[in-house]
Design a protein around this ligand. Structure first.
Ligand SMILES: NC(=O)c1ccc[n+]([C@@H]2O[C@H](COP(=O)([O-])OP(=O)(O)OC[C@H]3O[C@@H](n4cnc5c(N)ncnc54)[C@H](O)[C@@H]3O)[C@@H](O)[C@H]2O)c1
Length: 253
């Protein structure tokens, strides 16, 4: 019997997967469940290190800055040449440059929107013709509960871009559903990693932790488990949906 989260024979591409957080945990979990994983990140040196780290599984690395339209097209062409198919795309890239809205430079605004929102548009545009032609595929976009709570101070561009990512997901899901391609979001709440305290002040992090009903922040592995669910056949009737993985800190009706 094949388990519904067995990804044997499937090819997954994960963006921003060489850091210390959700991307790498997701790449590792998909690979552990049998997928051939193409781990990408804009930081080429860290890609090599992350691939070494996951070497006991079928993981391959490529340098990819998701804001580089030309490079996105090249990478998807290369993966299709090398592996013949792409079944799963995880858009994990995100960044934030917090500042009071009246002080945000145009360059900072554009950078955050480019990484969090336009990058996902570039990758989905690149992979969808292939998924539509094959009549299958699952795309998981990593949004944030901040898309609707707008909690962290000064993260306006991030809030707007992540809310845009929810809408991009739904809009795409409607269009590609008839081709049996699914598009969903995972919206993490606070998910600490060594880089996070550089962008969110310690006091804010403490307050966010205190407000989590389950009493602890999520781990990258908690988020990866939901991505695995949405990537595989267990979620076969779910599309255009957002799963919040936040210990109950951002409940919605
Ligand atoms: N950590 C959290 O608390 C949290 C909460 C909600 C949502 N998220 C979202 O989860 C995702 C993962 O965040 P994380 O904190 O776990 O870090 P992560 O380790 O998964 O990602 C960091 C990596 O992103 C890469 N990256 C940044 N810009 C890129 C670009 N333009 N192209 C390709 N790679 C790029 C970096 O090189 C780094 O290796 C992001 O989309 C983030 O917005 C995180």
């Amino acid at each position: 019997m094949q388990l519904k989260n067995d990804l044997t024979g499937r090819v997954a591409l994960v963006t921003a997967a060489a850091g210390p957080g959700i991307g790498r945990a997701t790449a590792g979990l998909l690979a552990e469940h049998g997928a051939t994983v193409v781990l990408t990140d804009r930081a080429g040196d860290r890609v090599a290190e992350a691939v070494r780290d996951l070497a006991r599984t079928d993981v391959h690395g490529l340098t990819l800055d998701v804001t580089d339209e030309q490079r996105v097209a090249e990478v998807f062409e290369q993966v299709l040449r090398d592996h013949g198919r792409i079944d799963i795309l995880v858009n994990n890239a995100g960044t934030s440059l917090p500042a009071p809205i009246w002080e945000i430079s145009t360059a900072a605004w554009r950078k955050v929107v480019d990484v969090c929102l336009t990058g996902a548009f570039f990758t989905m545009r690149a992979v969808l013709p292939h998924m539509i032609a094959r009549g299958s595929g699952s795309i998981v976009n990593i949004a944030s509960t901040e898309a609707w709570t707008s909690r962290t101070p000064g993260n306006t561009a991030y809030h707007a871009a992540k809310a845009g990512l929810l809408a991009l997901t739904r809009s795409t899901a409607v269009q590609v559903g008839p081709h049996q391609v699914r598009v969903n979001c995972v919206a993490p709440g606070l998910t600490p990693n060594p880089l996070l305290s550089r962008v969110i002040p310690e006091q804010d992090l403490r307050e966010m932790r205190d407000e989590i009903p389950l009493g602890r922040p999520s781990t990258p592995e908690d988020i990866a488990d939901s991505v695995l669910f949405l990537a595989g056949d267990a979620s076969r009737s779910i599309t255009g949906e957002t799963i919040a993985v936040c210990g109950g800190s951002a409940m919605r009706p």
